[in-house]
Design a protein around this ligand. Structure first.
Ligand code: FES
Ligand code: FES
Length: 154
């Protein structure tokens, strides 16, 4: 066991756990941060996606020790201007069905649009998350809407 200090959505938490315990289990079981979802548990679906510093991480497949001392951002703490536009677009296009996968998708879309220059088309291949409800078309509509706002500066 070892003590780790984790900064989650700007709040510092201390946890005593095994270094190899998946970050997702620490978030959900030890710290009750259930906004990162458990889907496949195998690094495949993206439901557990969080930012660790500026990198998207699948928390089910990432040891807690790798996030110690870094800034973890979940859907709750993702509130910059781009995130606010994405969250508004999610509502505008009524994107979620059951909603379970959606935090991971918003984080994936956020990273994608940060990398996509005005005039470029977002490269959907970079968002490899899975949605069992099949909301992909609405996700793309919402993301393209936000991207067009960025392109026009609105
Ligand atoms: S729960 Fe982590 S990728 Fe599916
Ligand atoms: S909205 Fe249900 S799994 Fe994606």
């Amino acid at each position: 066991m070892a003590l780790y200090e984790l900064t989650i959505d700007s709040k510092v938490h201390t946890v005593d756990t095994e270094p190899n315990k998946p970050l997702l289990w620490v978030l959900r079981e030890d710290l009750n941060q259930t906004q990162a979802r458990f889907g496949c548990g195998a690094g495949l679906c993206g439901a557990c996606t969080v930012y660790v510093d500026n990198n998207l991480v699948r928390a089910c497949a990432s040891a807690v020790a790798t996030a110690a001392g870094k800034k973890i951002t979940t859907i709750h703490g993702l509130n910059d201007e781009l995130a606010q536009k994405l969250k508004a677009a999610w509502l505008k296009y009524d994107v979620p069905q059951c909603g379970y996968c959606q935090p991971g998708f918003v984080l994936g879309a956020h990273k994608l649009l940060k990398k996509t220059l005005p005039g470029q088309t977002p490269n959907w291949n970079e968002v490899t998350n899975l949605c069992r409800c099949g909301t992909y078309d609405r996700i793309r509509q919402a993301v393209l809407d936000v991207h067009s706002q960025t392109a026009t500066g609105s």
